[in-house]
Design a protein around this ligand. Structure first.
Ligand SMILES: Cc1cc2nc3c(=O)[nH]c(=O)nc-3n(C[C@H](O)[C@H](O)[C@H](O)COP(=O)(O)OP(=O)(O)OC[C@H]3O[C@@H](n4cnc5c(N)ncnc54)[C@H](O)[C@@H]3O)c2cc1C
Length: 390
């Protein structure tokens, strides 16, 4: 299959794992002449994930990254939009163009209403075979991970799942797809050198959404596919939308207050909720508290949970394990409250408060309430932020 070289990156060093952990620097890798068959593949595609006519934000994150990669490769960016009605597909097409796509490949068919592996896979595989993109990117969501794996299998190419970084190795024109591995203790950069397209899914929330340019124009290619509903084994009986889209709220919140095992009992999350509400934010937590049933699974932050990029992340009673860190390191500012001065979270927090959260959080809440009631500006420079511990 497509996996050619596996690099691991730790503390700035790179070494090949596939070749017996022999150390090598990326700059020393020899220039690889592309096989003429591979050179036929050109352009970067992003599959635009949509449900009920609404695109998943990860698609726009990917279009932003694709635009950056395309500049290095000097190629075009294309979006792929499937749907059951021309109207819905046109709406998403316009959005895709505004977020930076140069071209949009559309497939409209009633069978593409709700996501099902079979018709979506067939349509995407047929498009790839016809137009030959060099790189195909999808979101690392439940839907697109299912689609990506079946498409990669049929195309017999390499797929790197759940990437947190995507870049280009200029010498070989290869996609460098980086993802955490070995329980998050290593970051691996994986290249697909001898197969096309190079495929990757990227974790929602790790890449910024580019600024949209409404009205931006591009080329639209409408493709007809022969889809026989009779031959599709999966039938959707009903579609139940998520009643409360915690995942989305967490990834777009400007302030997130995260709780860990240091909270000692689930009832203490009420304090975190109160603080988050006062700051207009959301509550999240570590894996142990989710596993203990103190918090809904959708609120887990970290390697096996959500990646967030709030302006402020307040970590309360959280030790700061690497698996949690990967989910919060894109935050603008990390404030850590922990009673252990040697907790690893203090190695990367911007503001560290050593102490018992049961004293600090209520004191913070008191200050914020007082400021709200007197309508003073939280950020006013002449008013220092003082908290009084009782
Ligand atoms: C494959 C794999 C995937 C994982 N994925 C994730 C993931 O997605 N997200 C995640 O978070 N973890 C994940 N983990 C678990 C991770 O390794 C850590 O175990 C976890 O993050 C630790 O959670 P914690 O900080 O809540 O608990 P602990 O490590 O137990 O830390 C609790 C902290 O609270 C502090 N504390 C105690 N009392 C107080 C007090 N009164 N006031 C203030 N501070 C106090 C302690 O000093 C301590 O630092 C994963 C692990 C594996 C193996």
């Amino acid at each position: 299959m497509g996996l050619s070289i596996l690099f691991a990156e730790q503390k700035g060093e790179r070494f090949t794992m596939a070749e017996g952990a022999e150390k090598t620097k990326s700059s020393k890798r020899k220039k690889i002449a592309l096989d003429p068959k591979l050179a036929e593949y050109r352009g970067i595609w992003v599959f635009i994930e949509q449900e009920e006519g609404i695109a998943h934000p990860v698609s726009w994150e990917l279009l932003g990254r694709a635009r950056y990669l395309a500049t290095t490769l000097e190629v075009e960016v294309a979006a792929v939009v499937f749907g059951e009605s021309q109207e819905k597909v046109e709406k998403i097409t316009a959005e895709a163009l505004s977020y930076g796509a140069d071209k949009v490949y559309q497939v409209v068919d009633p069978a593409l209403c709700d996501y099902r592996s079979d018709p979506y896979t067939d349509c995407l595989v047929n498009l790839v075979r016809k137009y030959k993109p060099e790189i195909l990117l999808l979101g690392a969501t439940a839907l697109s991970r299912d689609l990506a794996s079946s498409v990669a299998t049929l195309l017999e190419t390499g797929l790197t799942a759940d990437c947190t970084e995507l870049s280009i190795d200029v010498e070989s024109r290869s996609l460098e797809a980086t993802r955490p591995t070995f329980g998050g203790s290593l970051l691996c950069t994986i290249l697909t050198l001898n197969y096309r397209p190079q495929m990757a899914t990227a974790r929602p929330g790790v890449l910024p959404i580019p600024t949209a340019e409404p009205g931006r124009k591009g080329i639209v290619i409408r493709e007809q596919m022969q889809i026989d509903e009779e031959k599709i084994l999966t039938k959707v009986l009903s579609f139940i939308p998520e009643p409360y889209k915690t995942a989305e709220k967490l990834s777009t919140a400007e302030v997130v207050v995260g709780g860990g095992r240091g909270l000692k009992q689930p009832g203490h999350f009420a304090l975190l909720r109160e603080l988050a509400d006062l700051l207009g934010g959301e509550v999240g937590g570590t894996r142990p508290v989710v596993q203990a049933g103190w918090l809904e699974a959708e609120r887990q932050i970290g390697q096996t949970g959500k990646t967030i990029r709030p302006k402020i992340y307040i970590a309360v009673g959280i030790s700061g394990a690497i698996q949690h860190r990967v989910g919060i390191e894109k935050a603008g500012m990390i404030v850590a409250i922990n009673s252990d001065p040697n907790a690893p979270i203090f190695d990367y927090a911007d503001i560290g408060i050593v102490g018992d959260f049961l004293e600090i959080i209520p004191a913070l809440i008191r200050v914020l309430k007082k400021r709200q009631s007197t309508k003073t500006e939280l950020h006013a420079k002449d008013k220092p932020f003082e908290i009084e511990l009782k």
